[in-house]
Design a protein around this ligand. Structure first.
Ligand code: SF4
Ligand code: SF4
Length: 409
C-alpha cells in the first residue's frame, strides 16, 4: 500500500480524525479547464455530477482512497455536485461522501440527498430521518433534497405523511435550499405530482434508450411544459449504454469516432435543455476523468448524431435485453437473496453476443443460493423495481434460457 493510501485509510479507520479534520479546510486547486455549467435559478450548476449510488469498491468496502482522489479531481474541474441517498451502497454512501467532503469549505460544493419515502410512517419521521442524514453527511444543510423514488408503491406514504409539507418546513429553516422529488412512476402520476405542489426541481430517468423504449420522452415533456427544472439519473442506464452489444458499438464507432460510448450517451442527454445536471455513477477514477473530460471539452449534440442514437436504439431493441439498470433496489427486499441484477446482466450479455457456453459458465459461477431457481415467487422485488419489471417471470425465462443455451453446446 502506498504511503498516501496508508495515511488516508488509517485516518478513516480512526473516524477521520488524523488527516481529514485538521483545523483548516482543503484548498481547491482550480484547473484551467472547468466543466460546462447550466443555470438553476440564480445558481450555476455543473452539467455533470457525481452520483453516489455506485461508488468505487475494494474488498467489499467503499474504496475511500479512490473516492478521495475522484472528489479532488472533480472539485478541481468544477464538477462539484454530489448526489447521495439513505439506502445507497447499503446505507454507507452518505457516510462515505460526507467523510470526504468535510475537508472542503461547505459553500464550495453542492450536496443532494433524499428522504426515503418507504421508511416514513408518520410526518415526524421525515425530520428524524433528515437529521440522521445531516449527521451522516457531516453538513448542516442540503442544497437539494428530494422525496425519494415516488412511484405507485410509495405515493401513499408521500401523500399520507405530507412529505412535501415537512420538507417545506425544513426549507424555511434554511436546512434545505431546494425541494424536489425523484420519480419512477408513469406519466399520469407525474402530471399529478407536479401539479400538487410548487417544486424547485424533479429528478427523472432519461437516456436515449428509455426515450424510445419506455416513457422518458413523455416524462421529460411533462416537466418541461410545467417549467420544472430536471436532474437526470441513469443517463447511461446503469452502465448498459457504455457496454453496448457489438453491432450497436460498431455503429456508434463508425458514425461518431470521436466519442466513447459514455460520452455519446451523456452528450445526448445535454440536448434536453430543461436538464440542469446529469448524475452519473462512477466506480473508479478513470470513469470520472473521462466524464469530466467530456464536459470540459464539451461539444453540443447534433441532429446527425441524433440519427445515430436512434439507429443504436433500434439495434438494441432487436436484441431482446432485459431493461434492468442494476440499481439493486430489488435485492433490498428479496427474502432469498437472489442476485437479480447479476442474473439479468448475464442474460443481457448472452443476448448481445450469443455465447451460450459462457452464459452457462458464468451463470453457474453464481452462488447456488443466489440463482433464479431459488425464487419463491413472492413478488416483493417487483414492487420495489423502478423499471416495473416482472422479476419472477423474467427469472423463470432466464432459467429456461440458460438450460437451453447449455444444451446447445
Ligand atoms: S419473487 Fe423471487 S426474486 Fe423476487 S423477492 Fe421473491 S424470492 Fe426474491
Ligand atoms: S431488477 Fe429492477 S430493481 Fe432490480 S436491479 Fe434491475 S432495475 Fe433495479
Amino acid at each position: 500500500m502506498k504511503r498516501r493510501e496508508f495515511i488516508i485509510n488509517s485516518a478513516l479507520a480512526l473516524g477521520g480524525a488524523a488527516l481529514l479534520t485538521g483545523c483548516g479546510k482543503k484548498e481547491i486547486k482550480k484547473s484551467e479547464k472547468q466543466v460546462v455549467k447550466r443555470k438553476f435559478g440564480s445558481l450555476e450548476i455543473p452539467l455533470i455530477a457525481l452520483g453516489c449510488m455506485r461508488l468505487p469498491m475494494r474488498d467489499g468496502k467503499i474504496d475511500m482512497v479512490e473516492l478521495d482522489k475522484m472528489v479532488e479531481y472533480a472539485m478541481e474541474h468544477g464538477a462539484n455536485y454530489f448526489d447521495t441517498a439513505y439506502m445507497y451502497v447499503e446505507g454507507k454512501s452518505e457516510n462515505a461522501i460526507g467523510e470526504i467532503l468535510k475537508k472542503y469549505p461547505r459553500e464550495s460544493f453542492f450536496l443532494a440527498d433524499k428522504s426515503p419515502a418507504y421508511l416514513v410512517n408518520e410526518p415526524g419521521d421525515v425530520r428524524k430521518l433528515f437529521n440522521e442524514q445531516l449527521k451522516k453527511c457531516q453538513v448542516d444543510y442540503f442544497d437539494n433534497y428530494m422525496v425519494h423514488n415516488i412511484n405507485e408503491n410509495t405515493i401513499k406514504n408521500y401523500r399520507d405523511n405530507d412529505m412535501y409539507g415537512e420538507l417545506l418546513k425544513l426549507k424555511k429553516e434554511g436546512k434545505i435550499k431546494h425541494v424536489g422529488f425523484s420519480f419512477h412512476g408513469d406519466p399520469d402520476m407525474l402530471r399529478e405530482v407536479i401539479s400538487e405542489h410548487k417544486w424547485d426541481f424533479c429528478q427523472l430517468q432519461i437516456n436515449y434508450l428509455d426515450w424510445e423504449v419506455i416513457n422518458a420522452k413523455e416524462l421529460y415533456e411533462i416537466a418541461d411544459e410545467a417549467e420544472v427544472p430536471v436532474i437526470v439519473m441513469e443517463p447511461l442506464r446503469g452502465g448498459g449504454l457504455c457496454n453496448l452489444p457489438e453491432k450497436a458499438a460498431n455503429k456508434l464507432k463508425e458514425d461518431c469516432p470521436d466519442d466513447t460510448q459514455a460520452s455519446f450517451g451523456l452528450r445526448w442527454v445535454t440536448s434536453k435543455k430543461r436538464v440542469f445536471t446529469i448524475l452519473s455513477g462512477m466506480s473508479n477514477f478513470q470513469q470520472l476523468k473521462e466524464n469530466v473530460d467530456t464536459f470540459t471539452n464539451f461539444r453540443e449534440f447534433t441532429e446527425e448524431e441524433e440519427k445515430t442514437a436512434k439507429a443504436v436504439t433500434q439495434i438494441m431493441q432487436s436484441q431482446g435485453a432485459i431493461n434492468c439498470t442494476a440499481c439493486k433496489y430489488c435485492m433490498e427486499v428479496c427474502p432469498r437473496g437472489i442476485n437479480i441484477p447479476a442474473i439479468f446482466g448475464l442474460y443481457n450479455v448472452y443476448k448481445s453476443n450469443g455465447n451460450g457456453f459462457m452464459f452457462g459458465v458464468n451463470y453457474n459461477a453464481l452462488k447456488e443460493s443466489e440463482r433464479a431457481d431459488k425464487c419463491i415467487n413472492c413478488h416483493l422485488c417487483s414492487k420495489n423495481c423502478p423499471q416495473g419489471l416482472d422479476i419472477p417471470a423474467l427469472l423463470k425465462k432466464v432459467e429456461k434460457t440458460v438450460k437451453e443455451a447449455a444444451n446447445k453446446k
